[in-house]
Design a protein. Structure first.
Lengths: 317, 323, 281
């Protein structure tokens, strides 16, 4: 359904080139969910935004293809691109508090999304919007329709964002850290809602998170990102059972330790390397216990270790 | 909304008290020595005008009574009679008010209809030729003495090209004209004073719109609007501009004093029969009650303008409307 | 801000400053620059209203006076009015802003209310009312522009004080028993000065504009003393015939104010990136 090939999104800054996405490839199959996981600042968000050409003006999509049903999104003109955005592929964001326009009513923001793509009148769009608000479990949807974002809590705003995103029955919903800014209790509700909607609409969700818990809840396949690159890409079950990349192992074990209330918190030492100052060889090598001189010399490629399980590490397999 | 407006209205009484204090103080600062007044008329006239003023506003009475009397005059808009023709000041102002309002309101409309598109365009096409050119012009605009610009335009369009009338509102023969013709004639005379007055606010407001737009188009909700597949025009002129307008409306309130002050200069230069020109002649003639009257009325106009801009703000911003 | 941009800012600042210094120099050494006296009239018809020529660089006015000389001497007035008026504004603004920000509470509320009132007052009308009672003179103009122009500064200084007064070194000074006066002037103020410089420099331009407008209307600097504004008054009387009377003083005002603004904007970017207000991003 959606094939991303060799996506490179760079930011040219005064300090140098920031490689937010470097040669990223993955597939999203119809009705299947892909999880994209990695620490903050590893380029996940820019990668998602690139798919719909929504990156900020300082960013550049240097090369790559995003094929939606075989058509390259990057070579579309603005009109064609608009027909994809919000209609075939829609998106929700990390910050529900700022993602809705504060001076427009919830109803206006919802109906305009529908009216932009569907050939229906305002009355029908309004009815549909109220129905959707009901579907995302917002109480008193008829009243909420006329209210403004400041009347809603963060969780409700994210529900409105979801309602808006699914209003045109998209094939793919990109959810960029949809629960990160919310309270834990509300997070679960949002994830449950996404899960329900995914089944009901038979759409694919690209779920992006730094939290393996969120990924595990929804994803069928998982791509692990580190410093702008995908370092491991596998079926979810396979990845959790048999992580191959030291980075994936580190991330997973740090969660397990929390579960076990282990005193030692993380086996991942150091911080994510700066995207504008990458090491020469494997980007994870400065933080990796297994790193040898070979690792520091050359950038490893993505290898298929077992069917459908890819990893970018010379020490694996 | 009602609470918000009440809160704004409550700001007016302290304003009135402050203004009445400042103006009373100004009257007391009048030097006793008429010889220090070297301008215009006979010093004896100015001396007697001052004595006359003291009598009119009871400035020789105890301070409390003076102040009470003055405050009452401000609230009831009763500034006494003009020293020159003994007509009530407020009547003289009433005659002149329409001309000033026509000039002010059309200047405001012109400023906004030019400044908003300019500001939006330069923000959307940041660092383009258009943006750089307007930035340059705005910089020049900030430094231009507007009365000089008025003179240049007057010379060029009025004398050299003879395209536009250089003064007055309507010539004496205008009374014979039909109504549409009179309106056209009014607009005709309005062009030069209007343009120069609008110039006063144009640079600032367009700059501020640009700045505010640049902030807004980086916001998350603009990205959301794009992700919805809306047309770029709708995103810029509906989603972004409506937010960007909020700080611009605040600036509008702060520009009003400058605009009203500007009308004093341009009404004088272009012989536009408004309040500013009335004030100018009054100052030259030591017609103190008129000076006080016009001063206070122009403060009232500013306050009304600021109140309107507050209300506009609430209309645009639901966070205040439904407070 | 990157280095290249910073270099440009420095260049702008340098150009602005050079022009201002040149203007001041011309005003101070007016006696050496021109042989004409600014007030020497020559009512002979062939001397009046002469266009620019070798003898009279910028022509003569309706009384046969040399316009270049009048502009040089006028520069003294216009430049010093701007300067003195801003010093008055700075003194009032800094003191009230400092008190307001430092003490807070009722004092703060009171001073800020006063600021709001003065801001709502159409400044020009306030100036005119005061001039009407005090009588027009250069001193009055300076003082009146000064006492009406301090509101923005007071707000700026107050905001700086609010942010600086909680910092450690101020708390430390207080713990050591330093007096309020000392804390305000020795510890906080020096750290709050950059916005004051910027806004003072920008304020000079504004003050020069107001002074020239008032003098133009005959309410500021009084004849026979010359100022750029009142040369323009005769420019208006002879608007059809004597273009030089109108063009040069206006250009002088424009260039001076522009230089102050360029210097101010450049200083703002160099001294305090936080203040970037609505300058270039």
């Amino acid at each position: 359904m959606l094939k991303v090939r060799n996506l490179k999104t760079y930011f040219y800054t005064q300090r140098g080139t920031v490689k937010a996405c470097d040669d990223v490839s993955f597939d999203i199959d119809h009705g299947r969910n892909l999880g994209l996981v990695g620490e903050s600042g590893c380029g996940k968000s820019m990668c998602c935004l690139s798919l719909l050409k929504l990156i900020p003006p300082e960013g550049n999509i240097v090369s790559g293809e995003v094929l939606y049903k075989g058509r390259d999104i990057f070579s579309m003109d603005n009109k064609e691109l608009r027909k994809i955005r919000g209609n075939k592929i829609s998106m929700i964001f990390q910050e529900p508090m700022t993602s809705l326009n504060p001076v427009l009513s919830v109803g206006e923001q919802m109906t305009e999304a529908v009216l932009a793509h569907k050939d229906i009148n305002y009355g029908e769009a309004k009815a549909l919007s109220i129905e959707l608000l009901n579907k995302v479990k917002i109480d008193r949807p008829k009243n909420r329709f006329n209210e403004y974002p400041h009347n809603l809590s963060g969780g409700m705003r994210q529900r409105v964002m979801i309602a808006m995103a699914i209003s045109c029955r998209p094939d793919i919903l990109i959810a960029d850290e949809p629960t990160t800014a919310l309270d834990v209790t509300i997070q679960a509700g949002i994830l449950e809602l996404l899960d329900e909607l995914q089944n009901e609409y038979n759409m694919s969700v690209l779920i992006v998170s730094h939290d393996f818990g969120v990924i595990a809840r929804l994803a069928d396949r998982v791509a692990v990102m580190y410093a702008g690159e995908i370092v491991e890409y596998a079926a979810a079950e396979d990845l959790f059972k048999n992580p191959l990349h030291p980075y994936t192992k580190g991330l997973l074990s740090s969660i397990k330790q929390i579960d076990k209330r282990d005193k030692r918190l993380s086996t991942l030492k150091g911080a994510v390397c700066e995207l504008d100052n990458l090491p020469k060889g494997c980007r994870f090598s400065p933080r990796c216990d297994l790193a040898s001189s070979e690792c520091r010399e050359a950038l490893p490629g993505l290898k298929e270790i077992s069917p459908g399980h890819f990893v970018r590490c010379v020490k694996s397999g | 909304m009602l609470r918000y407006i009440t809160k704004r209205l409550l700001l007016i009484p302290p304003m009135l008290i402050g203004i009445s204090l400042i103006t009373l103080l100004a009257m007391h600062l009048t030097p006793g020595d008429p010889a220090s007044m070297r301008y215009g008329l006979n010093p004896e006239v100015s001396g007697s005008a001052r004595a006359h003023l003291k009598e009119l506003y009871g400035l020789d009475k105890p301070v409390i009574i003076q102040y009470g009397g003055w405050l009452k005059r401000i609230v009831t808009l009763d500034f006494g009679d003009s020293f020159i023709d003994d007509r009530p000041v407020i009547e003289k102002i009433k005659e002149r008010l329409p001309a000033t309002l026509i000039l002010q309101i059309s200047a405001l409309i012109l400023i906004f209809s030019l400044a908003l598109p300019i500001g939006v365009m330069s923000a959307v096409k940041q660092n383009s030729f258009f943006d750089k050119a307007t930035t340059f012009l705005v910089f020049i605009g900030f430094a231009t003495p507007t009365f000089w610009l008025a003179l240049l335009l007057m010379r060029f369009f009025g004398f050299q090209l003879e395209w536009l009338p250089i003064s007055g509102m309507s010539p004496w023969y205008a009374q014979d004209y039909s109504l549409p013709r009179r309106i056209l004639d009014l607009l005709w005379h309005l062009i030069l004073p209007l343009f120069t007055l609008a110039f006063t606010g144009l640079a600032g407001i367009s700059r501020y719109t640009r700045y505010s737009m640049l902030e807004v188009i980086r916001q998350d909700y603009i990205r959301t609007a794009r992700a919805k597949g809306l047309k770029e025009n709708k995103i810029i002129y509906h989603h972004a501009l409506k937010n960007a307008l909020l700080p611009v409306i605040t600036i509008l309130g702060l520009t009003l004093p400058a605009l009203i002050g500007g009308s004093f200069i341009f009404e004088t230069i272009f012989a536009w029969p408004g309040m500013g020109r009335l004030m100018y002649t009054a100052i030259l003639q030591y017609d103190y009650p008129v000076v006080m009257g016009v001063g206070i009325i122009s403060v009232f106009l500013t306050l009304i303008g600021i109140l309107i801009s507050d209300i506009l703000y609430a209309v645009v911003d639901p966070r205040i409307r439904y407070e | 801000m990157n280095k290249k941009k910073k270099d440009w800012r420095k260049r702008y600042a340098f150009v602005g400053l050079s022009v201002i210094i040149a203007m001041f120099a011309a005003a101070i050494f007016a006696d050496f620059i021109t042989a004409y006296s600014p007030n020497e009239t020559n009512l002979a018809p062939e001397a009046k209203l002469q266009p620019p020529s070798r003898e009279h660089l910028l022509g003569t006015d309706d009384l046969g006076r040399d316009v270049f000389a009048r502009m040089l001497y006028g520069a003294r007035i216009s430049l010093s009015v701007g300067f003195v008026a801003v010093i008055i504004s700075v003194v009032i603004g800094v003191i009230l802003g400092a008190i307001s920000g430092y003490y807070g509470g009722w004092v703060d509320i009171f001073i800020m209310r006063v600021v709001e009132i003065v801001m709502c007052f159409p400044t020009l009308f306030l100036i005119l009312m005061l001039l009407a009672f005090l009588g027009p003179s250069i001193i009055t103009v300076m003082v009146v522009i000064g006492v009406t122009g301090w509101t923005g500064l007071a707000r700026l200084v107050r905001a700086e004080f609010l942010s600086v007064k909680e910092r450690d070194y101020v708390q430390a000074a207080r713990a050591l028993g330093a007096s309020d006066f000392r804390i305000i002037f020795r510890h906080i103020l020096p750290n709050a000065l950059s916005p004051v410089y910027v806004s003072a420099v920008l304020g000079v331009g504004g003050a020069i504009l107001i002074e020239s407008a008032l003098s133009f209307l005959g309410l500021g600097v009084q004849i026979p003393m010359s100022s750029w504004g009142n040369i323009l008054t005769s420019g208006m009387h002879y608007i059809e015939s004597a273009w030089w009377l109108m063009l040069f003083p206006g250009l002088a005002i424009l260039i001076t104010v522009l230089s102050y603004n360029i210097l101010g904007e450049a200083l703002r970017d160099l001294l305090d990136p936080r203040l970037k207000g609505y300058g270039q991003k």
